[in-house]
Design a protein around this ligand. Structure first.
Ligand SMILES: Nc1nc(=O)c2c([nH]1)NC[C@@H]1CN(c3ccc(C(=O)N[C@@H](CCC(=O)O)C(=O)O)cc3)C=[N+]21
Length: 287
């Protein structure tokens, strides 16, 4: 068996082309969507991701506001830029690229973001709204995983899903999305404290690997026909992405997201979606 490729690159391109018409409508009514980014320090991976986000903006007609600070920036300097982005009417949504340098209290920075402009969906108010089932910008990577499953018609309703990892951006929030009535999945969250990870993985209809452990998911741990999504973004010595899923999983899985060109481009497409939706709300366009 060879798994069907969950092509995130192609799916993200479709989503971006749908967004173009919405952006044109916004502009016609005098509301220009603008994405702001704040990058602190010189991490090469972070620079690449931020550049990719602005490339996407240029491709769909969203304005870009790029702010950068040196790795030596203080908490106060970072917070001052966040306040400027909150006050800038041209910036309808923005994100602070993570991780922030050592010694910076990232949670304090994230809490300062105006929740209405939270392009990442990671502000505590928006995570709280997600728990309460209220409309809010959704965390981009978890939402990208769901959109990818939907577009490829992977059955989610009633599925046994194993999410590996408990990071804030994916592991903690993806189970909230999957267990909504609209998805109706049964979710097991595994992490470093899980006694028998293999036993959980072998029963899963859908595996989402977001542990940051290169090639953690091996073919012998996957149920034949299962859908496997690789969220890992570790890098090898030459800077190439190494996922959490061993590529040999393609021989047993029913669906597999490649990495790169899988979940990464979907994350970026969901970021653009959050920016457009925030601009639509600001313009009073109901959807
Ligand atoms: N505030 C914040 N928001 C984030 O969304 C955020 C973050 N911080 N910090 C880091 C992670 C990581 N992340 C990725 C986004 C796109 C790709 C992506 O598009 N990757 C391409 C390849 C890129 C390459 O080859 O370097 C692909 O998978 O095809 C990957 C990783 C967003 N993150």
């Amino acid at each position: 068996m060879t798994a069907q490729t969950l092509d995130g690159q192609a799916t993200a391109a479709e989503i971006k082309s749908d967004l173009r018409t919405r952006i044109a409508d916004l502009k016609a009514s005098g509301h220009l969507p603008g994405l702001g980014t704040l990058l602190v320090g010189e991490d090469v991976g972070s620079q690449k991701y931020v550049a990719g986000k602005h490339r996407d903006c240029a491709a769909v007609g969203i304005a870009s506001i790029q702010r950068e600070l040196p790795a030596s920036a203080s908490q106060e300097e970072i917070e001052a830029v966040v306040r400027e982005l909150n006050d800038d009417p041209a910036c309808t949504g923005y994100l602070v690229q993570l991780p922030l340098p050592r010694g910076i209290d990232a949670n304090r920075v994230l809490q300062l973001i105006d929740p209405v402009k939270d392009a990442d969906g990671l502000h505590p108010t928006n995570l709280g709204r997600l728990v309460l089932n209220e409309p809010a910008p959704l965390p981009c990577t978890p939402n990208g995983v769901i959109q990818l499953l939907r577009r490829f018609e992977v059955p989610i309703e009633g599925a046994e899903v194993v999410v590996v990892g408990r990071g804030v951006t994916v592991g903690r929030s993806l189970p909230l999305l999957l267990s909504r009535r609209s998805e109706n999945a049964t979710v097991t969250q595994c992490h470093t404290g899980t006694r028998d990870l293999a036993a959980h993985l072998r029963r899963a209809d859908i595996v989402v690997a977001a542990a940051g452990v290169p090639h953690l998911v091996k073919p012998e741990l996957v149920k034949p026909g299962a859908a496997v999504l690789d969220v890992g973004v570790s890098r090898d010595e030459s800077g190439r992405i190494v996922g959490d899923v061993d590529p040999a999983v393609a021989e047993v899985a029913g669906w597999l997201s490649p990495n790169p060109r899988g979940v990464g481009p979907m994350t970026r497409a969901m970021l653009l979606t959050n920016v457009v939706e925030a601009a639509e709300r600001a313009a009073g366009i109901a959807r």
